[in-house]
Design a protein around this ligand. Structure first.
Ligand SMILES: Nc1ncnc2c1ncn2[C@@H]1O[C@H](COP(=O)(O)OP(=O)(O)OP(=O)(O)O)[C@@H](O)[C@H]1O
Ligand SMILES: [Mg+2]
Length: 407
C-alpha cells in the first residue's frame, strides 16, 4: 500500500504527479463519452414516447369504418385531445394529438372513442414498462461494462492459475486443521514460486507442523520468500503445491502484515481493527468487550502512551493516523490489536522490525503472554529467545533450500 510519506521518502513525487495527470485525462475522456451517450439515449427515449403515444390513434383510425355523419358534440373527442386517462402511472407522457383529427378535434374517420381510449390504456401500460428500460439504458450499459470487466479479470486469473498448474503439475490445497487434532498449522511438502517470468523457486518441499506452545521464527535474506510463504498460509498466494492445514477461524488466528494497515478514523478504531466495536470478534477470548479504560491500558503496555498523551486520553481523536504515527508506532498499534482481540494463534511478518530493541522485546512479551503459539518473521538475534524453533530460507540461487532447527 502506498502512503504519501513513503512516496516523499523515495523522492517519487514527480512520477506520482505525472501518473495522476495521466489517470485524470483518462477519466475525463471516459466521463465525456458517458455523457455524450446519455444525451443520445435521452433524445431517443423522448422521440420514442412521442411516437408511441400516437400509435393507438393511427392504428384504430386506419381500421375503423368511415362515417358520413360525424357524431356532433361528442365530448370524447375533446377529452382525447385534452390528454385524457394516462394509465395513472404519473409519467406525464408527451402524447402528440395533432394528427388524425379533424378541425373540431374529432378523431379522423369517426373512430369509436371508447375503443381508442381502451387501446390507449393498454398502450400506456406497455409504454410504462418499456420506459423503465429506456430510462435506465445508461445504468444498464454501465452495469454491463463493469460485468464485462469483472468477467475479463476472472478469466485472466483462471488462465494464470491453469498455466501454473500445467507447468508445475498441481495447485496447493489449503484446508482447515482437523478439529481436536494436535496441530493448528501443518505444512506438508510445500513448494513455492515467486511470480513473474521466469518463475523463480523460493521454497522446495517444506514440511513443518506446529502445536500449541510452539513458536517458530522464520529468517532468511531479503527476497528469500518469507512474506510469500506467510501469504500462502493466509490463502493470499496461489503459486504453490503441496498442502497447508491450519486454524481457519479468523477470531482464533490473526495475521499481522509486514506493512501495518492504519485506517482513516479514530484512535479507538485503529485499536479495534479488524473487527471493530460491537462485533463478536472484538470481545477476545475472555468474552468481555474492550472498554476505553482497557484500550488505554493496552496502549500503555505496548509503549503507545506518548500517543495517548498527545490526544489527552481521547480515544475518539480522529487524525490522519497513517501519516501521524511513525512506522514503529504503527507496528505497536498492530501488537495492541492482538492484546485487544486475544487470538489463540498469531502470524507476524516483521511486525516489530521498525522498533528499537527495547520496544521490540516488550512487543514480543505481549504476544507471548497472549497467544498460545505463533509464527514470526524477524532478523534480530535478540528475538530468538521468544521462539522454540527456527526456519531459515536460504534464498536466491539456492534452489528453494531451507533449514529447520530447534531453539
Ligand atoms: N506481487 C509480486 N510480483 C512480482 N514479484 C513478487 C511479488 N511479490 C513478491 N515478489 C518477489 O518474490 C520474491 C520473494 O518476495 P518476499 O516478499 O516473499 O521476500 P521476503 O523474504 O519477505 O523479503 P523481505 O525480507 O525483504 O521482506 C522477491 O524476489 C519479490 O521480489
Ligand atoms: Mg517480507
Amino acid at each position: 500500500m502506498r502512503s504519501p510519506s513513503s512516496i516523499a521518502f523515495y523522492r517519487g513525487q514527480a512520477q506520482e504527479v505525472s501518473g495522476m495527470l495521466r489517470k485524470l485525462a483518462r477519466r475525463l475522456q471516459t466521463e465525456w463519452r458517458r455523457l455524450a451517450n446519455k444525451d443520445v439515449v435521452q433524445a431517443y427515449s423522448t422521440m420514442f414516447r412521442q411516437f408511441v403515444g400516437l400509435l393507438p390513434v393511427y392504428v384504430l383510425a386506419g381500421r375503423s369504418t368511415p362515417q358520413t355523419q360525424p357524431s356532433s358534440g361528442h365530448d370524447g373527442g375533446a377529452a382525447l385531445l385534452d390528454g385524457h386517462g394516462h394509465g395513472g402511472h404519473g409519467h406525464g407522457h408527451a402524447h402528440g394529438h395533432g394528427a388524425g383529427h379533424d378541425h373540431e378535434g374529432r378523431p379522423a374517420g369517426g373512430t369509436d372513442i371508447a375503443a381508442v381510449n381502451q387501446a390507449r390504456e393498454v398502450f400506456d401500460e406497455v409504454l410504462y414498462h418499456l420506459l423503465i428500460v429506456a430510462e435506465n439504458t445508461s445504468d444498464f450499459s454501465r452495469l454491463a461494462t463493469v460485468a464485462l470487466e469483472l468477467d475479463r479479470y476472472s478469466e485472466r486469473s483462471r488462465r494464470d492459475l491453469q498455466q501454473l498448474q500445467s507447468e508445475t503439475g498441481a495447485g496447493g490445497r489449503l484446508l482447515p486443521a482437523p478439529p481436536g487434532g494436535p496441530f493448528w498449522l501443518q505444512v506438508e511438502d510445500l513448494t513455492l514460486w515467486a511470480p513473474g517470468e521466469p518463475r523463480r523457486l523460493l521454497v522446495k518441499e517444506l514440511s513443518v507442523a506446529m502445536t500449541g506452545g510452539d513458536r517458530l521464527l522464520i529468517c532468511g535474506p531479503s527476497g528469500a520468500g518469507k512474506t510469500t510463504l506467510l501469504r500462502a498460509i493466509a490463502g493470499l498466494w496461489l503459486q504453490w503445491t503441496g498442502s497447508i492445514r491450519r486454524e481457519m477461524d479468523a477470531r482464533r488466528v490473526m495475521f499481522l502484515p509486514q506493512r501495518p494497515y492504519i485506517q482513516v478514523g479514530t484512535l479507538r478504531e485503529q485499536l479495534l481493527y479488524p473487527f471493530g466495536a460491537g462485533s463478536d470478534c472484538s470481545h477476545g477470548a475472555g468474552g468481555a468487550a474492550a472498554t476505553d479504560d482497557e484500550l488505554k491500558q493496552i496502549m500503555q503496555r505496548v509503549g503507545l502512551q506518548p500517543v495517548l498523551l498527545r490526544v489527552q486520553g481521547d480515544l475518539g481523536a480522529r487524525r490522519r493516523w497513517a501519516e501521524e504515527l511513525s512506522v514503529g508506532e504503527q507496528q505497536r498499534v498492530s501488537i495492541a490489536r492482538i492484546l485487544v482481540h486475544k487470538p489463540a494463534f498469531a502470524i507476524l511478518d516483521e511486525a516489530t522490525s521498525a522498533n528499537d530493541t527495547g520496544h521490540e522485546l516488550t512487543m514480543y512479551r505481549c504476544v507471548q503472554e497472549t497467544c498460545s503459539a505463533f509464527v514470526s518473521v524477524g532478523h534480530r538475534e535478540s528475538i530468538e529467545a521468544f521462539h522454540t524453533g527456527k526456519l531459515t530460507l536460504l534464498g536466491e540461487g539456492q534452489q528453494g533450500q531451507w533449514t529447520l532447527e530447534p531453539l
